[in-house]
Design a protein around this ligand. Structure first.
Ligand code: YK8
Length: 176
């Protein structure tokens, strides 16, 4: 995946997890700012492997003149069991956008890492990748990747303001 966010925040790891991955009025306002509407969440539920899963459905406003203004989306999130409350969390999210061209060809995978630095500080890292669900022609593939990357970049830009260790804030390629 590609590293889109790598930043230190002045809140605890616990708080960051709460803000991003629980259903609260704060989270709903946060989504609102991120142009996400009509969210519905299932609760976190343990599966057979011991990881926890939940499903989100929502509508997003899209900033791309090639596509319609809205799309519904489904996001499948997995909280890995090796996460330690207050210490580190890893959540993978598969985002399916249902109303964009070629929607049945691809989805986006986002990996979120929250790492505690101190009582009131944590680092957030987010890696994204475009994944293909079936064989896709070169031309279509480059069309999808190009539009996906620019959309994801646009979306995460607001979180990518360098604050500390600026040398680590450059987007780069790395394993997800
Ligand atoms: C989540 C990735 C691609 C998609 C979009 C699709 C272009 C289709 C290209 C055609 C619109 C909230 C994005 C950006 C919509 C928003 C998604 C969000 C930001 C013409 C071939 C939604 C994180 C997330 C992941 C993937 C994003 C989509 O929390 O370009």
């Amino acid at each position: 995946g590609r590293l889109f966010v790598n930043r230190v925040f002045h809140i605890s790891a616990n708080k960051m997890f709460e803000l991003l991955f629980t259903d609260s009025s704060f989270t709903r306002r946060f989504m609102d700012i991120r142009r996400i509407s009509n969210p519905s969440f299932t609760a976190w539920e343990k599966d057979d492997s011991g990881n926890e899963k939940r499903i989100l459905n929502y509508a997003i406003t899209i900033n791309n003149p090639l596509i319609g203004k809205f799309s519904t989306a489904t996001e499948n999130q997995t909280l890995y069991k090796d996460s330690r409350e207050g210490q580190h969390y890893r959540v993978d999210a598969e985002v399916y956008t249902h109303d964009v061209p070629y929607h049945d060809y691809f989805y986006t995978q986002n990996c979120y890492y929250i790492i505690s630095i101190s009582k009131r500080k944590c680092r957030l890292r987010v890696y994204s990748d475009v994944k293909y669900r079936k064989p896709t022609w070169g031309l279509v593939k480059s069309f999808i990747t190009k539009n996906s990357w620019s959309g994801i970049e646009d979306y995460f830009r607001q979180l990518e303001v360098p604050e500390e260790s600026p040398e680590q804030n450059q987007p780069s390629l790395s394993a997800c």
